[in-house]
Write a protein that binds this ligand. Structure first.
Ligand code: ATP
Length: 477
């Protein structure tokens, strides 16, 4: 049977990857905590992204900007005025929905029922109304399409209202407008406002990029699908500054580079696709999403956008500080154009986790059973190797612990002696440990151990002296 999102959520919780936030108080909607294994997997993904950006390119450097920024930042970026979702409430159930998502759901229904044309027509109309910010039109469309609330079953809808997704709070102790600040809804603006700081102090020459990993916050109206849509999440963004006129070249290059990254972390090509935006944000001249096929369908994990000089130009206007770069090659001053790549760490985590989750039927007849394991790339696995003494006596535990000590400066390695050895293998399978190393009586005689490979369950005998090299080979990327 196909893996459901419920299987994924249950596994993530049971094996210490993701817990609901403040679970003892019944949780907080759309907020999650990473557990002891989840944090390792997520850190591994972040480290790989950081390395792919700042180490494998000559011309990309990193920063770490604050979550709080001057409120004018969000005026300049357009978030104060237009970072809105259209929402609608059902008067009977008192449930709130995103008007656009209700209509997209309907379009999907048409398409699933084979009526592609009707689905497409509905999507086009939705795009037109959204573009025109026609809230009344959206409501009328919901009603004329006969969309009802799944809870109450009625079409007793309120007006459609624009709802700003930014969280705000106060700085200082006086509750007045001047002290209102926002939790950043994207990390990108921390890069734009620091563009000249980095360019000057780093003596950077265009084209160059600035990368950042950090928390972002959005008051999502419809928050579901686990870590796919969270109210507090983490972004990995890179802004690449280029000479105007060269942006399409870079856009295409980054689009391909980023797709390759997702393949390199183990996502299969057939579960990835580009979704080119036809309806562009006012500041963009090209945009594409990389989508992954989650158990709930193909959805965006990363966006690659050619943002022109929109952000730098509006910061220049509002701050009255020059955001220009002098290009010595053409002897000209200009505001650079920007190509950005923006991926959610939590969405990437979810994609990798869904992809790794494997159920296999093994054995035959009465002994047939389902083997569940996480087929993670060894570079991503929370634990690289687990070392087991066959029995808890005769010096085997001491020998196993010696091996752990030898390996742990290079890899995350754990020692495990509880339960029968078969059970220990199973426990490691469930968290995706690629190698289990067993110490037995022969080890005491000839310094060899068995390595058991997670994906094949094959066991091979190797000298202890080769362990570092063998594991090292597989966990590198
Ligand atoms: P969506 O349309 O799914 O809301 P978006 O187009 O608003 O996403 P961007 O603003 O382009 O997303 O953000 C870039 C990336 O940040 C997305 O590709 C996604 O991986 C991640 N992201 C955005 N919103 C969330 C969220 N609420 N929870 C988790 N990740 C998110």
């Amino acid at each position: 049977p196909a893996t459901s999102l419920q299987d994924i959520i249950a596994h993530a919780k049971e094996y210490g990857f993701v817990f609901p936030s403040s679970e003892i108080y019944d949780g907080l909607q759309a907020v999650y905590d990473y557990g002891q294994n989840g944090v390792e997997l997520k850190n591994n993904l972040k480290t790989l992204w950081w390395k792919a950006m700042t180490q494998l390119n000559d011309n990309v450097v990193g920063i770490d900007a604050a979550i709080f920024m001057h409120p004018l930042t969000w005026k300049a970026s357009g978030h104060v005025d237009s970072f809105n979702d259209p929402m609608i409430d059902n008067k009977d159930s008192k449930k709130r929905y995103r008007a656009d998502q209700l209509l997209e759901g309907k379009a999907e229904q048409y398409e699933k029922a084979g009526d592609e044309a009707r689905g497409q027509a509905l999507r086009n109309e939705l795009g037109r109304l959204q573009g025109a910010e026609d809230m009344e039109g959206l409501r009328n469309l919901i009603i004329s399409e006969g969309i009802v609330c799944p809870i109450s079953g009625t079409a007793n809808w309120t007006e459609v209202r624009q709802f700003n997704l930014m969280f705000s709070t106060q700085v200082g102790s006086v509750a007045e407008d001047a002290s209102l600040i926002y939790l950043r809804p994207e990390t990108a603006q921390g890069i734009f406002v620091n563009f000249l700081n980095v360019q000057k102090t780093g003596r950077m020459k265009i084209p160059f990029g600035i990368a950042q990993i950090g928390k972002a916050f959005r008051n999502e109206i419809v928050a579901r699908q686990f870590t796919f849509r969270m109210r507090e999440f983490e972004q990995m963004e890179m802004q690449f500054f280029v000479r105007p006129g060269t942006e399409m070249d870079w856009y295409e290059r980054w689009r391909d580079t980023r797709l390759n990254f997702h393949k390199a972390v183990g996502l299969p090509a057939e579960k990835l696709k580009f979704h080119i935006h036809e309806k562009l944000a006012h500041y963009a001249n090209a945009a594409v999403d990389i989508e992954y096929e989650f158990p709930f369908g193909f959805r965006e994990i990363e966006g690659i956008h050619s943002r022109t000089d929109f952000d730098l130009k509006s910061h220049q206007e509002l701050s009255r500080k020059k955001m220009q770069y002098f290009d010595p090659e053409i002897n000209q001053n200009y505001i650079p154009y920007v190509v950005e790549t923006s991926v959610g760490a939590d969405r990437l985590f979810l994609a990798v986790f869904c992809n790794a989750y494997t159920e296999e039927v093994v054995g035959e007849g009465d002994t047939q059973k389902t083997r569940t394991y996480l087929k993670l790339h060894p570079a991503l696995a929370p634990v690289k190797a687990a070392v087991f003494p066959l029995v808890r006596k005769d010096g085997l535990p001491e020998k196993a612990q010696q091996i752990v000590k030898q390996l742990r400066s290079e890899f995350r390695v754990i020692y495990e002696e509880r339960d029968a050895i078969g059970k220990r293998y199973t426990r490691q399978d469930l968290i995706g440990t690629p190698f289990c190393i067993a110490v037995d009586y022969q080890t005491l005689e000839d310094d060899t151990v068995t390595i058991r490979y997670r994906d094949t369950t094959e066991q091979v005998r190797v000298p202890i002296s080769e362990l570092k090299q063998r594991i090292g080979h597989d966990v590198s990327m």
